[in-house]
Design a protein around this ligand. Structure first.
Ligand code: PMP
Length: 458
């Protein structure tokens, strides 16, 4: 949401001047990207997806190639990639085991769209069970669809109409999730919601993250099929759960007969079994996507044994044909092969340990720079994922975090880093580590980030 928040410690005139200078440098260094953007008149918004117009300098950096933690653009500029496709490439770009598995399936064996299962799918299910604890898995192509289909199943099994989410959550383009707590404390549609099929307050309820009283109040209506949440918010900065909050959520959902869905698409950064395993959580459903495919589109949802049995017993539900849960290419052999390779050979338990260590260094260094420049800003970490916000202490709800976005400051830092070979996530001040991210990469970031802060507030 657009805010009029201005980070403490920043002279706006100086920020404006530096941002203009960096944007101009960006234009000079990216002539081919600029031309590609200018020539894309037959794309809606001149980009493959309109969100690609979210960039700090007026046009996107166009990809030439990417490998591991490195990206090279069409102008030949190389970047250390801390964006990693906002988690889609948490396994690193084109990891060798995934390339081999996909090549084997696509080129050697063939059969990307046969509508036939492969034996590998069961192995993926077993590995997801080992990691997340839930015993019955099904595939989608995106995390959005994993959430959509989980929602349909849980509405069906409870006979309840509503879904509850946290204010300023993001679960993909899921209609039910585009609701926030308004300034008057009442639920309302998220600003800018495009073409909502109906008033979201009739399909959804909302509570602030870390607010058990608010959650209890909303669940007391008795009409909530499921709470869909990230165990830590990650899409409005990282908002970590306070002690006892997640236990409270579980107790309240049980008390009110509401299912609990952990969306682990981003919180997977917490460890091999996401926050669910790292924090001993016991959701009824886990949804996930992005990173598990090692760069190939895939999503998945896992159900508890009881829920799977209840659904299977419901012979009135059409889970086979036109019931509204499914997709032709979901569970396709290429996605499945890529996921198995990613889980078995790339995002292993050992890899996660290394990524978390690298991320800890990243967070420490950023915190040290804030201290050096006496900036009252904060940095949070969730395993391999690090994010800073321009307030201290870190926000404890989505709404608090949404309020402290400073667009010009973010753009300045992003474009300054881009101009010096560091790629951050466009929607965030987020840095993600993949298995190939090195301590030297982190050191390089800190050097450039320190220079950016020095010019701004030094
Ligand atoms: N859930 C969460 C928590 C996400 O962060 C996202 C995407 N950022 C999604 C779901 C949707 O993922 P996709 O766009 O791949 O469907």
């Amino acid at each position: 949401m657009p805010t009029d928040f201005e980070a403490e410690g920043v002279d706006r005139t100086r920020l404006g001047r530096l941002l203009a200078r960096e944007r101009s440098t960006f234009v000079d260094r990216h002539p081919r990207s600029a031309a590609a953007y200018a020539d894309a008149g037959h794309l809606f918004g001149k980009v493959p997806m309109t969100w690609m117009n979210k960039n700090a300098a007026g046009f996107p950096v166009y990809l030439d190639r990417a490998r591991g933690a490195r990206v090279t653009d069409v102008d030949g500029n190389e970047y250390v990639d801390f964006c990693l496709g906002d988690t889609g490439a948490m396994a690193g770009h084109s990891p060798a085991p995934v390339v081999e598995a996909v090549t084997r399936r696509l080129a050697d064996l063939g059969g990307a769209a046969t509508m036939l299962p492969t034996e590998e799918a069961a192995s993926v299910g077993a590995e997801l069970t080992r990691r997340f604890g839930l015993p019955a898995w099904s595939f989608t192509l995106t995390a959005t669809d994993a959430n959509r289909w989980a929602i349909r199943l849980l509405r069906a099994v409870t006979g309840r109409p509503r879904i509850l989410v946290n204010s300023y959550c993001y679960h993909g383009s899921v209609d039910e999730s585009l609701i926030v707590v308004g300034p008057d404390g009442r639920p309302r549609s998220r600003a800018g919601n495009v073409g909502a099929p109906c008033d979201v307050t009739t399909t959804s309820r909302v509570a602030e993250f870390n607010d058990l009283d608010g959650l209890a109040r909303e669940l007391a209506h008795g009409d909530v099929a499921a709470v869909l949440m990230e165990p830590a918010l990650t899409n409005i900065g990282i908002v970590l759960p306070e002690s006892g909050y997640l236990d409270g959520v579980r107790a309240l959902t049980r008390q009110h007969g509401t299912y609990l869905v952990n969306d682990e698409t981003h919180t997977f950064s917490a460890g091999p079994g996401g926050a669910t395993a790292a924090w001993d959580l016991t959701p009824d459903v886990v949804t996930i996507g992005k990173a598990i495919g090692g760069g190939i589109p895939v999503g998945a949802y896992g159900l508890s044994a009881e829920l799977a049995a209840d659904l299977t017993a419901r012979t009135d539900l059409d889970l086979v044909d036109m019931g509204g849960v499914g997709g032709t290419l979901a569970g396709n052999p290429v996605s499945v092969a890529a996921t198995l390779a990613t889980l078995r050979e790339v995002l292993t338990d050992e890899a996660f340990a290394g990524m978390a260590e690298t991320a800890a260094r990243f967070a420490e260094g950023v915190g040290a720079l804030f201290a050096e420049y006496a900036l009252p800003w904060s940095v949070s970490r969730l395993g391999a994922r690090v994010e800073y916000r321009f307030v201290d202490p870190a926000p404890r709800t989505g709404t608090e975090s949404a309020r402290c976005a400073d667009a010009d400051l973010e753009d300045y830092l992003h474009v300054y880093l881009l101009n010096r070979g560091i790629l951050m996530t466009p929607f965030h001040n987020m840095a993600l580590m993949c298995p190939q991210t090195t301590v030297e990469d982190v050191r390089r970031h800190h050097e450039v980030f320190g220079d950016a802060l020095g010019e701004l507030v030094g």
